[in-house]
Design a protein around this ligand. Structure first.
Ligand code: EPZ
Length: 418
């Protein structure tokens, strides 16, 4: 397993470019199951989760070809299996996204229940209840979901809770259903809208994209398409915090600033300077930031995927902050590791009370999940001394060559392969 060794205390300065969004690329790769024609995706990041999704789709019979660094060609004209096996699903919960497309196009799917992960139990009850409303028969067998449907039929579905991949699963399923499906309380994340943009390019009939009410009129078949994945707003937000936590000056190019409004507002509240153009964000952190309160919320609220990164910043802020996690039940795995670096954080339920300290101290720490590992890298960049982050495979799931980008900003960081 790889480790990152970071010597902190250096203000990072320069420019980086946002990669394609992991959480848009994954469902868009899976959307290739909805047609036998070729899907061409540009700006697909080189990430652990993308590799896992390529493995899963290949297992099903999709031909996947990476033509250059960022372009994938996918073609599902010879699907031979309809099962997403446990050994693949357990490493990446997003594998459950194959459920809707397989059911819609082939009338059958057998997908391992994802099981929990570090940040929560991660059930898929909302996905399954909605598919049953569309006429699927769903049963559980030895840890697998067995689903069958001669042809899905349009339905009005109100999600009990907002679910990003649940919305994506049902939107894909509904594109080939018989009749109109209306999704109420649908997720409004930009990644959902980007998936819808691809589906519309493939011939799907979708309205209400980006709002909590999405309607999809089923068609008989979808055709091939070409699409560019939107920039990754969480990677962009992470590099915004890089500038703030090191007191540096970083510009993130080829991003979409309007996808990060809640993050930008909160960073400005801490005293950090943020300048935007249509396609870039520049963040200048001079001196110690002020502690502020944040509460995570589905988009357009403060993204739960930015909570851990923000906590690292609040750990060295002037004053105190209250961080409330409302989306996942256990997304504070980074706290214990930050405490080892000298942070002053108390967790009660899903709220963390942070008392800013003047400086963190470098230490050996362990990554537990994707965004927690980003939080530890950020803390290491700001800390005095050397921080070693182990189990960085968590980080590699969602950040494309992060140490190269940080080196380009002047960081003293090295990847060591054990
Ligand atoms: C997506 O996960 C993202 N992953 C997550 O990003 C992100 O944190 C999350 O949305 C919230 O924004 C991908 O898009 C691949 P949810 P998802 O369904 O869809 C509960 C990262 O770091 N729920 O919106 O799995 C669930 O337990 C990852 O990039 C049910 O109870 O999240 C959670 O508490 C981490 N039943 C809440 O809803 C269900 O059937 C939101 O989950 C589905 C969800």
């Amino acid at each position: 397993m790889d480790r990152l060794i970071i010597r902190g205390g250096i203000p990072l300065r320069g420019e980086v470019e946002a990669a394609g969004a992991k959480n848009a690329a994954l469902p868009e790769m899976v959307a290739s199951l909805l047609t036998g024609e070729s899907i061409q995706l540009h700006r697909v990041p080189q990430l652990g989760d993308v590799k896992t999704t390529i493995g899963l789709l290949s297992h099903l019979g999709v031909s996947v070809e990476r033509r250059d660094r960022e372009t994938l060609f996918l073609r599902a004209d010879r699907i031979s299996r309809f099962e997403a096996p446990y050994q693949l699903v357990k490493t990446m919960r997003a594998s459950v996204l194959v459920l809707g497309p397989l059911l819609a196009r082939f009338g059958r799917a057998r997908v391992s229940l994802p099981g929990g992960c570090a940040i929560g139990t991660r059930p898929i009850n909302l996905h399954l209840a909605a598919l049953e409303k569309m006429g699927a028969t769903v049963s559980l067998d030895a840890g697998y979901v067995e689903a069958k449907a001669p042809r899905l039929r349009g339905a009005r579905i109100t999600f009990d809770g907002q679910t990003v991949t649940g919305t994506e699963n049902l939107m894909m399923a509904a594109t080939l259903a018989d009749g109109v499906t209306v999704l109420e309380n649908a997720a409004c994340e930009p990644e959902v809208a980007d998936l819808a943009a691809l589906l519309i390019r493939m011939g799907a009939r979708i309205e209400g994209v980006g709002t909590p009410t999405i309607s999809i009129e089923g068609v008989d078949h979808l055709h091939g398409a070409e699409h560019e994945v939107i920039p990754d707003r969480v990677e962009t937000g992470t590099f915004m915090v890089v500038a703030a936590i090191t007191g540096g000056d970083v510009t993130i190019n080829r991003c979409v600033p309007c996808h990060l409004e809640a993050i930008t507002e909160k960073l400005q509240e801490t005293g950090v300077i943020v300048e935007e153009t249509d396609w870039s964000i520049r963040v200048c952190g001079d001196g110690r930031v002020q502690g502020i309160n944040i509460r995570t919320h589905p988009y357009p609220g403060f993204a739960t995927d930015m909570q851990a990164q923000f906590m690292a910043l609040m750990a060295i802020a002037q004053g105190s902050s209250v961080i409330t996690e409302t989306v996942f039940e256990n997304r504070f795995m980074h706290v214990n590791e930050l405490l080892r670096m000298g942070a002053d954080i108390k967790v009660i339920g899903t709220t963390a009370f942070v008392q800013g300290v003047p400086m963190l101290s470098g230490a050996p720490v362990m990554a537990t999940d994707l965004r927690a590992s980003a939080s530890l890298v950020l803390a290491g960049l700001a800390a005095q001394g050397i921080t070693t982050v182990s189990r960085v495979y968590h980080l590699d799931r969602g950040y494309e060559s992060i140490e190269q980008k940080l080196l380009g900003l002047g960081a003293n960081i090295e990847r060591v392969t054990e």
